[in-house]
Design a protein around this ligand. Structure first.
Ligand code: FAD
Length: 284
């Protein structure tokens, strides 16, 4: 299908991009185009102006800083997956990227585009919430920073305001050992369900656990109560199964053409168990 008509701008700086986006409801940032362009072709989106961020060099930098690993919004999935700093400091991000689409999509798709797109079945939002990432937004009224668990507000809905750009994402170092588990219909498809589990083991006991589930709802779900039940326990299959039950309790799991709610719930529980056992160093 042909694209609807649109105008196109390719600014070289963040401030130029913000100027183009501000006060124009019809303008949309264009990152890798791997979600926005198909949506336009399908007439699910028809922006009058595409503001291509591809020339803005400062958005495409990975900064291996003292306090955090900062990834620019325009860093591609492929560059992120190949980064030595990412492998060292945020191995969970690298694990999850193996599940994102296919190489051709990863060559163009970006971290910022994936987070701003906020698909409820996408991997990067789950990782951002699990790792307590902080998003930097820049707009006509200046710069603000927002935590990942406040950034995602629903399927395709985020805290990005009018005229604002997501410029970079800060990942603080994590002392936890992490595991990411996902099931999709085919390799590279969006997830039916996925889980990021992180924990520490001290004297054989589990502490500081963190559990985030994706693909079952319109945004990543962090389960504080499931994490709490693990505290001070010896991690085994029975304990992980108890945590999985609690994690999915009361969650309104969605049904769609790919899987109904019951199937997704059971899938997610199994993934919680597998991810917890892997994070704890036990074989499943
Ligand atoms: C065949 C196929 C399979 C895929 N499979 C998966 C998968 O399994 N898992 C997965 O997670 N993704 C998958 N994707 C999507 C892919 O990961 C995209 O890269 C990602 O969703 C969007 O990134 P992008 O850079 O292409 O953004 P774009 O498509 O350019 O933009 C997406 C949205 O974000 C906005 N936006 C982009 N950058 C910014 C910014 N800096 N600030 C504010 N708003 C911004 C745009 O205006 C647009 O609304 C798949 C895509 C395809 C085509």
């Amino acid at each position: 299908m042909k694209f609807p008509d649109f105008s196109y701008a390719r600014p070289a700086t963040i401030s130029e991009a913000i100027k183009l986006l501000s006060g124009n409801d019809d303008a949309r940032p264009l990152a890798g185009g791997q979600s926005l362009l198909p949506m336009m072709a399908l007439r699910m989106a028809s922006p009058g102006l595409l503001v291509d961020l591809g020339l803005i060099e400062e958005l495409a930098v990975i900064a291996d800083g003292d306090a955090t690993l900062r990834i620019g919004a325009m860093v591609t999935h492929d560059t992120t997956a190949r980064s030595e700093a990412v492998a060292r400091r945020t191995p969970l991000l690298r694990q999850a990227l193996h599940h994102v689409a296919h190489q051709a999509v990863r060559n163009r798709g970006t971290l910022g585009g994936s987070l701003a797109n906020a698909d409820g079945s996408a991997e990067m939002p789950v990782v951002a919430v699990a790792l307590d990432a902080v998003m930097t937004l820049q707009g006509p009224d200046g710069v603000r920073r927002i935590r990942a668990d406040e950034f995602f507000q629903g399927h395709y809905t985020t805290a990005i305001g009018e005229g604002e750009l997501l410029t970079c994402i800060d990942f603080p170092d994590s002392a936890r050992s992490w595991a990411f588990e996902e099931v999709s219909r085919r390799p590279g498809d969006f997830a039916l369900a996925m889980v990021a589990a992180g924990l520490q083991i001290a004297n054989g006991k589990c502490l500081n656990a963190s559990l985030v589930i994706g693909g079952v709802s319109d945004r990543p779900i962090r389960s504080e109560s499931a994490a709490a039940v693990l505290d001070g326990r010896t991690l085994d299959r029975a304990v992980a199964t108890e945590a999985a039950q609690i994690a999915l309790d009361g969650v309104r799991v969605r049904s769609d053409i790919h899987a109904d709610a019951r199937f997704r719930t059971e899938l997610a529980k199994n993934l919680v168990v597998r991810a917890l056992l892997r994070a704890g160093g036990a074989n499943d």
